[in-house]
Design a protein around this ligand. Structure first.
Ligand code: GLY
Length: 307
């Protein structure tokens, strides 16, 4: 039975994705359509237009899409000035001999294919950026004059790394996954997280299932989390155990917020986190609206001091 699973901030997009699956559309079309809705939603300050900028006030967007049946993938990172990075990522997959294009090259490619341009920094996210700069003794003009950004970035970045992800299973049994984000708020320019890194923040294989991450993306890159999760599904581990294992892996590295959603080819799904109160969302063709569900919490074990 078709199903879509997403991070909690994807809830508003699920009915549109489910309409695609209900009429026999592909998982790939469904996850792209869902991601586009959140990218255009300026109330989500972690994704697309209205996403929080880097320390210089530029909104740099990361996105990836994976076709779990053909293993075709496409990704963009540090893309500025375009409304739908997920569609640019899909075009990388379908229209180029490459899988990953970044920065100025990504913007150039987006222009070349006629992707929709926009100013992703909104008046309200600009205000938040200026306030954050002010809190560390900087202004928009002082930060732009600085040669050394790192001392400022160490103070501007906090635990603000929202992202949205979607995993879908269609009627034919094909699975696809999409992840899109503005990344870590007030980050160092050019910082790329896990969302566009296939295997880290996003992976699917129609034979075994799919997984995608939100939270501190550096941990997903270090643990190759999404591919590891799909490998665990392939080895026969059930989705809830796979989700728990992914968080346990992240907890071994650092104490930072981290979340995962997992979907099996039978439509069984699970999600885990290391923070309280986090939810994920899912929907099938039988449901009128998406269901928000609690994520399994896997706490980090207390560490003994070595001193
Ligand atoms: N997980 C999103 C990021 O770290 O950029």
């Amino acid at each position: 039975m078709p199903v879509i699973v997403a991070s909690g901030n994807g809830a508003s997009a699920l009915p549109a994705g489910m309409r695609i699956l209900a009429r026999g559309g592909s998982a790939l079309d469904a996850v792209e359509a869902c991601a586009k809705i959140i990218e255009a939603d300026t109330t989500d300050t972690s994704v697309g237009r209205g996403g929080k900028p880097n320390v210089l006030g530029e909104v740099e967007l990361d996105a990836s899409i994976v076709d779990g049946t053909t293993h075709r993938t496409g990704a963009v990172a540090a893309l500025t000035g375009y409304l739908h990075p997920i569609s640019v990522a899909r075009a990388v997959m379908e229209r180029t001999p490459h899988v990953f294009i970044v920065g100025e090259g990504a913007a150039r490619f987006a222009r070349e294919i006629g992707a929709e341009r926009t100013q992703n920094l909104t008046p309200s996210t600009r205000k938040l950026w200026v306030e954050r700069l002010r809190s560390v003794g900087e202004t928009p003009s002082s930060i732009r004059r600085r040669t050394k950004l790192l001392p400022v970035v160490r103070k501007t970045v906090r635990e603000e790394r929202g992202t949205v992800n979607f995993l879908a299973l269609d009627r034919r049994g094909d699975i696809a996954s999409a992840v899109t984000t503005s990344g870590w708020a007030y980050k160092y320019p050019g910082r790329v997280g896990d969302s566009p890194v296939v295997g880290a923040g996003n992976y699917s294989d129609s034979r075994y299932g799919a997984a995608a991450c939100t939270g501190y993306g550096e941990l997903a890159i270090r643990s190759v989390t999404a591919k590891t999760a799909v490998d665990r599904l392939a080895a026969g581990m059930p989705p809830d155990m796979v989700a728990r294992a992914a968080i346990a892996d992240a907890n071994e590295l650092e104490d930072a917020a981290f979340n995962i959603v997992v979907l099996s080819p039978k439509g069984v799904h699970a999600s885990a986190t290391n923070r309280e109160g986090r939810r994920y969302v899912w929907m099938t063709t039988q449901m009128e609206e998406p269901m928000l569900a609690a994520r399994i919490v896997v706490r980090r074990a207390a560490r003994l001091s070595r001193s």
